[in-house]
Ligand binder design. Sequence first.
Ligand code: B1M
Length: 211
Amino acid sequence: MADFEKISELMQKGKADEVKQLCAEALEEGVAPKDVLDMALLAAMNIVGVKFKNNEVFVPEVLIAARAMNFGLEILKPAMVDDDIEEIGKVVIGTVKGDLHDIGKNLVKIMFEGKGLTVIDLGADVSAEKYVEAASNENANVIACSALLTTTMTQMEAIVKAAEDAGIRDKVTIMVGGAPVTQKFCDSIGADIYAADAATASEKALEVCTK
Ligand code: B1M
């Protein structure tokens, strides 16, 4: 039986290959990918987050845990995405300028793909201009912006403004999310949709693309 505790401990220690291996074994045993995600990987990242906050671990430890999480996500992703889903819309996604946190963004991307949406991933530290240029070139339905820092979430307002300046504001839905982002913040900057988690984000994006 899958040992979530063990995967979590290995992830916290940054043992990426072992995490990958145990995630693969869990799936082979028939464990649902969402359970591995929630009970092992996200649980581990929560513990790392608390320790980081309390100065019990520092940036290098967080980085190696994040790398191990991404190794695990690589294995879970195919199991969370149905290959036969027909393409229904296009989303440009990224983490905003100045912000390097990409784990939440990667999760949102996986959930979008799971809904059959085509995702153009711009990565992290993405400028407002780059979002808008990609959305315009790709004729995207949604621009999805992630931010994890209170200092970078303000970039989201620049993205709304850049979309207005480029004349595509009425053609594209701007979705915002990430730990410090709230519905109130979304409303205050004139973005269209706030989603608290990856699953909700994918449901809301699907709604936009199918209406
Ligand atoms: Co940083 N970091 N970090 N960090 N880090 C936080 C965010 C922090 C809360 C830690 C803390 O102090 N407790 C804090 C921010 C404080 C604040 O602004 N309020 C912080 C800080 C301060 C920093 C640095 C400034 C530290 C320093 O250097 N002194 C620095 C900044 C670097 C930069 O970005 N310029 C920094 C660096 C890093 C690492 C590079 C070491 C690493 C990132 C590695 C990586 O991402 N590749 C890192 C990490 C891992 C964290 C914590 C521990 C974990 C974040 C994470 O991945 N969570 C984090 C503490 C914490 O969250 N407990 C912390 C798991 C992930 C699945 O959750 O991203 O929230 P999350 O995504 C969720 C939802 O938010 C939502 O869906 C996901 C779940 O379903 N969501 C969306 C996310 N995006 C969405 C978009 C949507 C919709 C929903 O629509 C488009």
